[in-house]
Write a protein that binds this ligand. Structure first.
Ligand code: EPU
Length: 309
């Protein structure tokens, strides 16, 4: 999905309104590279990090009802932000939607919770199910909105229901009301809270699974480097990483964007790479894979801002 802010509309009165309702938690012209795992991205017109649920709901409702271009950014993984930034409002929910509570056979949790930390907290409480996500550097909300997965499990398999802000209103959607597919979820709004099915297990058993998955990640993916995660979706029946590797593209660079030597479906920002470098490298990879394997690779990462493709 490509989010392009409208270029022509005058948003100044909308921004003034948001400044009034979120005066204690917003900044103008905030550089987005500070908020992405790739460390790439120009400024957002407005950056809002609500301190309270009430402020978050007001800002989201206003943006939705007034059709103000907006995007919710959690940990900033899985995205490539344009060098010219985003003409709209970027909202981060990690200060307000960060509560969690054990319920019946599961857990109710805020969308702003970061997966690696939350998974470890679940382990301490003896709750199992989300271990596969321990190495995913995103939030619960981002994971549900993109149906994140790893090691054979997708987060949709655990979902019981989600509270979503849509058309300016809070709605509770059961799992069956959301259509999920590989790395896709038709949520139709902004995920605020979710309820996930969990199983009770001794904490040491849960921790053992976490260690296993972390070991797999560390040995096969460049988790310590600046990346956005896997760049391309896997084509049916194959692995994009395997394909790109088989064409000898590891180490290929444009500027300081380089195909990882550890896993070819990752592009590493080795210094001061730009979004333009990333896109040029993506195009080189796509062209080679198209010409030599006859496969059209589809982007998994989401493009934010005016990104020419
Ligand atoms: N392979 C290579 N060279 C490479 C990379 C992989 O030959 O450079 C081979 C591996 O040796 C293996 C096969 O390709 O035989 C599959 O590799 P891997 O197990 O790493 O899985 P993947 O299909 O490349 C998927 C997800 C990852 C997820 C892992 C582990 C996608 C696009 N990728 O990768 O998800 O972490 O499985 O479950 O679905 C992400 O979504 O951002 C992501 C990283």
């Amino acid at each position: 999905m490509i989010r392009r802010a409208e270029q022509t509309r005058d948003l100044s009165s909308a921004y003034r309104h948001i400044e009034q309702i979120a005066s204690d938690c917003m900044r103008r012209d905030e550089p987005l590279y500070r908020h992405t795992t790739l460390r790439i991205g120009g400024p957002a017109d407005l950056w809002v990090k609500p301190r309270t649920v009430e402020t978050a709901l007001n800002v989201l409702s206003f943006c939705q009802m007034e059709k103000v271009p907006h995007v919710v950014l959690g940990k900033g993984s899985n995205v490539l932000v344009s060098d010219s930034g985003f003409r709209g409002v970027v909202i981060n929910l990690s200060s307000c939607f960060r509560q969690y509570k054990q319920v019946d056979d599961g857990v109710r949790c805020g969308s702003g919770l970061g997966l690696p930390t939350f998974v470890r907290k679940l382990a301490a409480a003896g709750l199992s199910g989300l271990e596969f996500a321990v190495g995913i550097p995103g939030t619960i909300g981002g994971a549900v909105a993109t149906n994140a997965g790893a090691h054979g499990t997708e987060i949709s398999q655990l979902l019981k229901r989600a509270v979503v802000m849509m058309e300016g209103e809070r709605r509770v959607l059961s799992r069956s009301a959301i259509s999920f597919s590989y790395r896709e979820a038709a949520v139709g709004g902004v995920v605020l809270e979710v309820e996930l099915t969990m199983e009770e297990r001794p904490p040491e058993v849960v921790r053992e699974k976490i260690s296993h998955f972390m070991h797999l990640r560390k040995t096969t993916q460049p988790i310590w480097e600046r990346t956005a995660g896997c760049v391309f979706k896997n084509p049916p029946g194959d692995s994009a990483g395997r394909l790109i590797d088989s064409l000898g593209l590891k180490g290929t660079s444009v500027g300081q964007a380089t195909v990882s030597e550890l896993h070819a479906n990752f592009i590493v920002n080795t210094g001061t790479a730009t979004a333009a470098d990333m896109l040029a490298l993506i195009e080189i990879i796509r062209t080679r894979v198209r010409e030599e394997a006859g496969i059209e690779l589809e982007l998994e990462i989401e493009l934010i801002g005016n990104v020419a493709q």
